[in-house]
Design a protein around this ligand. Structure first.
Ligand code: NAP
Length: 504
């Protein structure tokens, strides 16, 4: 059965239409009309979310785990329809959407398991010492408590796993926080059907209607009103540096500032050590091309920069990357705007003095084809803007003259989601001088791999110093991401009857 979106917002259990509409821009198939969100919609959803917190924030972990598992079941029950609308809206291939759905339901089930274990509560107890001199110590019990309603901005490039019921929503619901999602205008129909799945699960478990709302965008004031609403206590965001920074600043300007957990841009540099470059430069070049063009390069962990020691081994690496990139045909991008931004990013790189074109191609409309450029370490260090992200399949090789210049390039980096080192046995000494620098720059450091493909796991960190993220202490992928929506509370000398269930 095909899914035809009705185009309404889901506000506290009701599907609500607005007077004004916007039309989706699918990569294929029929466009649909969607209600434009309004400040009134935002207010209604946030009022209901706050009301819901008084029951949902006090549910047991077993209740929330059952709810999360039901959301996963409801998403699976709509699998084919979700893939159909998702591929139309985003242009991503069917296999990718199917895989991403598995990641999304897997993430929901992982959070269910995680909260049942209870470790995330980080419960601490300092027993009373009534006879301690010179002063007695009171009984102190600490536990992590949910913070209240959370606003979620989904990502354009992960219409399922980082969107309506994606990682941010799963983490917030797992912690006990109601969620208000600002739908991404690149995939409003996908957002609608996933919201339907969340709502069905909510109804099944008899949870308060305000636990989950989805407001479609259409106008920028929806997101702005949402994060300024006094009931919202934190924001989960994945998107551009410009958009994220604008919303972050608004959060900081509120009478009550709130945390804004933004995952923004990154160029994810790779450093090729000399022994590895000599032994397998061509192989690494080919692998790099694969990682760079996966999903039309529309990954926040896309490795856009490769730093190599100048010489014939570097030539072999570049030649292999060029050959492999040359075989990649046009790929559909997520939106017309992202395709346009890709081409202006390419122009910016191409026009920077000291940059040489290695591979050029032509692409138009919503398509992307790969580009490869190279420059010297000296030129990179003189042109700060070469370190700014181009979202798409564009690679820049930085040829450094010696190891010292390689370290200088590393030191000049802004915050990154990932940094990668390719090394063999003979490279350990150089790598030992590089890793302490990279550790200060990135949330995840890889050896001999490619950063695309972010495992959803306990030890994963998808974050990093600004501008990779707006909060270096957090991750937006993996079970640790639940900490963003929790707050430690200490109960001093509190009778058991007054303690939260998790401290009984
Ligand atoms: P975007 O333009 O920042 O949009 C993200 C969301 O924020 C959308 O819902 C958008 O609303 C809203 N928004 C943006 N600017 C706003 C503003 N000034 N006021 C109110 N709302 C605003 O990003 P995108 O186009 O979806 O994605 C492409 C970018 O995301 C790339 O640059 C890429 O680097 C980054 N990205 C980062 C990660 C990561 O994990 N770090 C992952 C994927 C993508 P509308 O729907 O109305 O546009």
């Amino acid at each position: 059965m095909t899914f035809t979106p009705h185009g309404k917002h889901l506000i506290a259990g009701d599907w609500v239409a607005g007077d004004e509409t916007f039309t989706s821009s699918p990569a294929s198939g029929e466009a649909h009309s969607f209600s434009v969100g309004t400040p009134e919609n935002v207010n209604a959803a946030c009022e209901a979310a706050e009301e819901a917190f008084w029951s949902y924030g006090y549910t047991t972990r077993e209740q929330r785990a059952a709810f999360l598992n039901s959301i996963a079941d409801e998403i699976e029950a709509r699998a084919e329809q979700i893939t159909a609308i998702g591929t139309q809206e985003t242009g991503l291939p069917e296999a990718r959407l199917n895989g991403e759905r598995g990641r999304t339901t897997g993430q929901l089930r992982l959070f269910a398991e995680h909260i049942l274990k209870g470790d995330y509560l980080d419960r601490r107890h300092d027993e009373a010492l009534p006879d301690r001199k010179p002063a007695p110590r009171p009984d102190l019990k600490m536990v992590q408590r949910p913070i209240g309603p959370v606003a979620v901005f989904g990502a354009s490039n992960f219409p399922l796993a980082f969107s309506t019921a994606g990682g941010d929503t799963a983490a917030a619901l797992a912690s006990g926080c109601p969620v208000v999602v600002k739908g991404h205008s690149a995939h409003p129909g996908t957002g609608e059907i996933v919201a339907e799945a969340v709502n069905a699960a909510r109804e099944k478990h008899g949870l308060h209607k305000g636990v989950f709302s989805l407001i479609q965008g259409g106008k920028r004031d929806v997101g702005q009103t949402l994060i300024q609403h006094p009931n919202i206590k934190a924001v989960g965001f994945t998107g551009s540096l410009g958009g994220g920074r604008a919303l972050y600043d608004l959060c900081a300007q509120r009478p009550e500032p709130i945390p804004f957990f933004g995952e923004l841009g990154s160029v994810n540099p790779m450093f090729l050590m000399p022994a590895a470059l000599g032994a397998r430069g061509a192989e690494i070049g080919k692998g790099w091309a694969g990682s760079l063009t996966m999903g039309a390069g529309q990954f926040c962990t896309n490795p856009g920069i490769a730093v190599v020691l100048e010489g014939s081994d570097a030539d072999a690496f570049v030649a292999a990357a060029k050959d492999a990139l040359g075989e990649v045909g046009p790929q559909t991008m997520l939106t017309d705007g992202i395709a346009e931004a890709y081409r202006s990013g390419r122009d910016r790189i191409a026009k920077t003095s000291g940059v040489r074109e290695v591979l050029s191609s032509t692409c138009d409309l919503r398509n992307a084809t790969p580009y490869l450029y190279e420059t010297t370490g000296e030129n990179w260090l003189a042109n700060h803007e070469l370190g700014e992200e181009v979202f798409g399949p564009l690679g820049l090789v930085v040829r450094v003259k010696d190891e010292d210049e390689m370290r200088k390039v590393a030191r000049s980096l802004e915050g990154q989601l990932t940094c990668t080192i390719h090394l063999d046995d003979g490279d350990t000494a150089l790598a030992q001088t590089l890793v302490p620098i990279l550790e200060r720059k990135a949330g995840r450091i890889l050896a001999n791999g490619f950063p695309t493909g972010v495992e959803v796991a306990d030890a994963m960190v998808h974050g990093g110093p600004y501008p990779a993220s707006t909060n270096f202490g957090a991750t937006s992928v993996g079970t640790l991401s639940i900490r963003r929506f929790l707050r430690p509370v200490c109960f001093q000398a509190m009778p058991d009857a007054l303690l939260p269930g998790d401290l009984h």
